[in-house]
Design a binder for this molecule. Structure first.
Ligand code: NAG
Length: 498
């Protein structure tokens, strides 16, 4: 990957210019040029080709490091990188380093120099293999200190659980975006302190995804400027405080692990909340959120032991908010439900919404009754997104208790008179899916548009079959679109040849 240059033509130019340079090498006329002129020449090359020019002559040696955008996605010698960055004062608008340049030992060498030069984006990508072992107490690969980037506006670290020591002092004066993935936080500096307004006065977007080393961490973020915060898979968080008067979007998903979640969220302008952790109203405090429009929650177990507290917490989260427009829910059937009780009857009210995103993880059980139960509680919806889970699709045994779910979905007439648009993902054409869709066409008399995304393992041959079956029961006059996933092209519109 050569991000700094223009592919083939850059290579061609590199060849030409190295010919010129070789011709000139005798008297080294090039070296007599001012370095800003040399930079103009190098701008035509990729970073790698430009770095190569450093073998041409003494004064070329560090000129490439004057380029406004640099990318190293292959072998990069950390010492050379540091010296080149140290050799100049001109700002670097964008610096991308991958491969061994992003190894922990290497970062320790050149990052301080980068902190002085980078005025725009810094991106580090480490692709090293990661052993999944959550109990492991130490970082997977060395520890480096994140220097204070006083001029950078955006930092993205995509690491392999390197130990990152957050600096204890210093101001990230212009930083607007900070995205940290697969990072192992290492003291003594604290993340919350580093991203709060006194030390990050411009921060608008913060992502921390898949982090380790935060055991018993009290993460406190106090920011006047943050607009979006996304915390995912922190696993061992013990306490979260967010005080952010401008915040619009907050996601907290799988952060507390086995700990009882303790949180105080004060974000009066919040519009989108994704709370994918337990919600215990006695320990999780949401301040006033009068602008909330979208709420996303974790799963509700369709079959559970009544005493199972999780479902009760889930219900109280839903009751906490009024006037939201978009609701994302997940109905979950455990594989083995033999000794459990049907829990849908405890769910009696939903907020008055216009868009429902319903994820269903059925684990082979019949899900029509519980999905119908949900729709009956939100007959005002205009849009419905049905997402079928990615679990291994098994079929439950013939005497499974899921047979005993209420059968009113088969006969009851439900008026979904506002429903105009349905999108389905993960469609496999199973008996339950088809049965539910047939009924949905009945309930949604004004349905105008339906999009079906076949399950991503669906082959082209299978897609044709699923397409024909779907068309055979789809009400005429509805605009339909089908999408198929292909390994190389991703999601593509499926158009059968007749
Ligand atoms: C939560 O934080 C707000 C503001 O940061 C504070 O006023 C309030 O007392 C806190 N609530 C609890 C229960 O700690």
């Amino acid at each position: 990957m050569e991000l700094g240059g223009g592919g083939e033509s850059a290579t061609k130019r590199a060849r030409l210019s190295s010919d010129d340079a070789a011709a000139a090498a005798g008297e080294d006329r090039l070296s007599a040029l001012p370095s800003d002129v040399l930079v103009l020449i190098l701008l035509k090359l990729s970073t790698r080709a430009a770095a190569w020019t450093s073998v041409l002559s003494r004064s070329w040696r560090q000129v490439w490091a004057l380029l406004p955008t640099l990318s190293f996605d292959e072998t990069a010698d950390p010492g050379q990188l540091r010296d080149a960055l140290d050799g100049h004062e001109v700002s670097v608008r964008s610096l991308l380093v991958g491969a061994d340049g992003a190894a922990a030992e290497s970062l320790g060498v050149w990052l301080p120099a980068a902190a002085r030069r980078v005025s725009g984006d810094l991106s580090l990508y480490s692709y090293a293999r990661v052993e999944e072992d959550e109990d492991d107490e130490t970082p997977q690969s060395g520890i480096f200190v994140l220097p204070c980037f006083e001029k950078a506006t955006s930092i993205t670290l995509f690491l392999s659980f390197h130990g990152v020591a957050v600096p204890r002092a210093g101001v990230f004066a212009r930083l607007a975006e900070l995205h940290l993935h697969r990072v192992w936080f290492h003291g003594p500096g604290e993340l919350g302190d580093a991203v709060s307004t006194p030390r990050c006065p411009c921060l608008q977007r913060l992502t921390v995804d898949d982090a380790r080393g935060l055991a018993d961490l009290n993460l406190a973020i106090r920011s006047e400027t943050l607009l979006e915060v996304e915390l995912r898979n922190l696993c061992t968080l013990s306490r979260l405080t967010v005080a952010a008067p401008a915040l619009k979007e907050l996601a907290v998903v799988l952060c507390f692990g086995k700990n009882r979640p303790v949180a105080n969220i004060s974000a009066p302008r919040l519009t989108n909340l994704d709370w994918g952790d337990e919600y215990d109203p006695s320990s999780v405090h949401f301040g006033k959120m009068e602008h909330l429009r979208s709420l996303s929650t974790n799963s509700y177990l369709v079959y559970a032991n009544y005493a199972f507290i999780h479902n009760h917490f889930w219900l109280s989260l839903l009751q906490r908010f009024e006037g939201i427009q978009t609701l994302s829910l997940m109905l979950m059937y455990l594989r083995d439900i033999e000794n459990y009780q049907y829990m849908m009857e405890y769910l009696t009210v939903l907020p008055d919404i216009t868009f429902l995103r319903l994820r269903i993880v059925a684990n082979g059980h019949a899900f029509e009754a519980s999905a119908f139960h949900i729709l009956r509680l939100c007959t005002g919806i205009r849009r419905l997104m049905l997402q079928f889970g990615l679990e291994v699709r098994t079929v439950c045994s013939s005497d499974c208790i899921c047979d005993q779910q209420p059968a009113d979905w088969e006969t009851e007439e439900l008026l979904l008179n506002h429903l105009e648009e349905v999108e389905i993902t993960g469609w496999t054409g199973s008996e339950h899916e088809v049965a539910f869709m047939k009924r949905l066409f009945n309930w949604g008399a004004r349905l105008k548009e339906i999009t079906v995304n076949f399950c991503f393992t669906t082959s082209e041959i299978k897609a044709k079959e699923l397409y024909q079956i779907f068309q055979s029961f789809c009400r005429s006059g509805i605009c339909t679109k089908f999408y198929l996933y292909q390994k190389k092209r991703g999601k593509v519109l499926y158009a059968p040849d007749h």
